[in-house]
Design a protein. Sequence first.
Length: 706
Amino acid sequence: MSPRTRFGLQAQLALALGLTLAMVLALMGVLLQRQRAMQAEVDLLGRQAVEAMAAEGLTRRGAAMAQQLADALANPMYYSDLDAIGTLVRQARRQPDVAYVLVFDAAGNMVNDGSWDMASYGQPMHDPLAARALSSTGRLTQWTDETIEVSQGVELGQARLGGVRIGYSLDEAKASEERAAGLLRGRLDALARRHLGWIAALLGGLLCVFLGMAWYAQRTLVRPIRALAQSARAIGVGDYDVPRPISQRRDEVGELVRAFSEMSESISRHDRDVRRMAYTDALTGLTNRLAFRESLDHRLLPRGSGGQLALLFADIDDFKRVNDSLGHEAGDEVLLHFASRIRDAVQRLGGDDAVLARFGGDEFVIMIQGGDVRAAATCLAQEMVQLLGQPLTVQGRQVFLGTSVGITLFPEDAASASALMKNGDVAMYQAKMAGKNCFRFYSRAMDQAVERRVRLEAALRGAWDRDEMSLVYQPIYRLADNCIVGAEALLRWQHPEMGAISPVVFIEVAEQSGLIEQIGARVLRAACAAAARWHHGGDGTDTLFVSVNVSPRQLRSGDLPELVTQTLRDTGLSAGRLHLELTETAVIGDEAHASTMLAKLHRAGVKVWLDDFGTGFSGLSHLRRVPVDGVKIDRSFVADLQRNPDDLALTTAIIAMAHSLGISVVAEGVEKQGQFDLLRERGCDLAQGFWLGYPLNEDEFIQLLA
């Protein structure tokens, strides 16, 4: 047999079969290698997708939580309220995935780490992430193999108080990544084994089967997974509007595509919810402080809208009285009414670019821009004062409040957002000082006035303990026989540097700051103790009364009857010798509450006088409903008795009206004998004034009695 014969068709076929088998085996080897490469690529892409989504979620949660915690920590850190700081830190540490929360001061020393013993308090931070957190002026995100840390500075105004660091553990994220990778790897392995079994069964088949399966694998596996990876990368950078892959397949890949689409939609929805919560006031639905500040910063940037703009700060007058008397639910109802009225006014008069926000509590802020912003702000403020001054019906009761509006302009008053907001607060405060229910534009002089008031309030704290305050007593005479029947206790303040400070000035500061409750209680005790010493046997001085002024805040506090009872018990003064003076505006402001308080005082035997009668809106109906023993005719009527017939007629009517109800009448500010004679002719019961006697200290008053 020749070699040619031995290498015949059969050999060629065998050779062809061998070559074909070798080619198929080689192709199988290549296919297997390609399949392993695909599995590795899918595993890598899946891990990257899961890791990117987890990191993005933790970063966004950390940013929102750090901002909220920094805002909440500003006041406690400013006042060094360690209990409040610890409470906030421990609440934050209870959030999912939070590994640690560290609060540090401006020097980089630890303030609170959430532990109860706070062993690290006051110690500097030396961990690897501390240096960048201390040097950063804004929000900072740092990574380690185990944690993601978000740090945020804590500021109050322009002052940096320190910062907060929130560390999120990556353990759960890594575990999720491993689970997802394991699931994907298991599914791919199962799919690969199925395909390899099919290829092994058809090993003697045509090469096109192998090529077809390779094409099938490319089309059914790699392409959908690459599409998922591209979508995951887009979502990872915050592009939630990227088209989501759609699959009608019923296999694992189709299930994976649909699960991925549902997950991305859920992440997008949660992102929208978080943004809405972070930038919207929960009660009114208005823009909140954070969103308003960002909008204001944007408009002040050179690339922003630029131009002029005005900020209007509106604060509800006497809103605390609603919460105290009707409850917080009624307060929320009032806030909703006010928000609706302000929104209507802004929509009509503020322009298309106006922004309305609630800063918290009862404070609303409006930003308007474009055109003549001063004129627009004036028109809007007038409308708000008029609208918000109208009565509200809350829980079946009519409530009269009003609003004080402060206005500041850019760039006239300031060039920065912080300065503008400070100026708006100052202007609003001046509107309240001007009598409330009005508006004021910011001026440079307001800063000086606020600074003076702050200094005065600081000096007022502790003034009584430093013996800077004292009481003087102005005699009160009975007109029928010109005899002394009592005295009014008047508070005086002699400051070591500022000298004598008018009661008109410091009483208002004490009332607004809340110090009047502390000072008023001490004045009451001192006056009662002095009156108890006015006792000299049978000369009648043991029946002299002392009258003490009571502030509206003391009346609203609700514990005035108990305070009076305790004071009388401690000083030994009989209840009938104490007269309390209240302004008619304080009584009418909450007539039901005032009537209850005064009824308790009456049952205790204390007498009540209505001070400054005639200056407000009191009438016969009020005197019938409110239990009072006397009224004091305001000095403005007494001053013009001899010149103004209207004042004389009004004074005569007040005396007659009071006597018809069995109420005594006291005239204050008597400085001339003619005034004294006219009052006595018309039946006025008591009088006081410089013509009758100047205010005296206790020793001088006792000498006068002698």
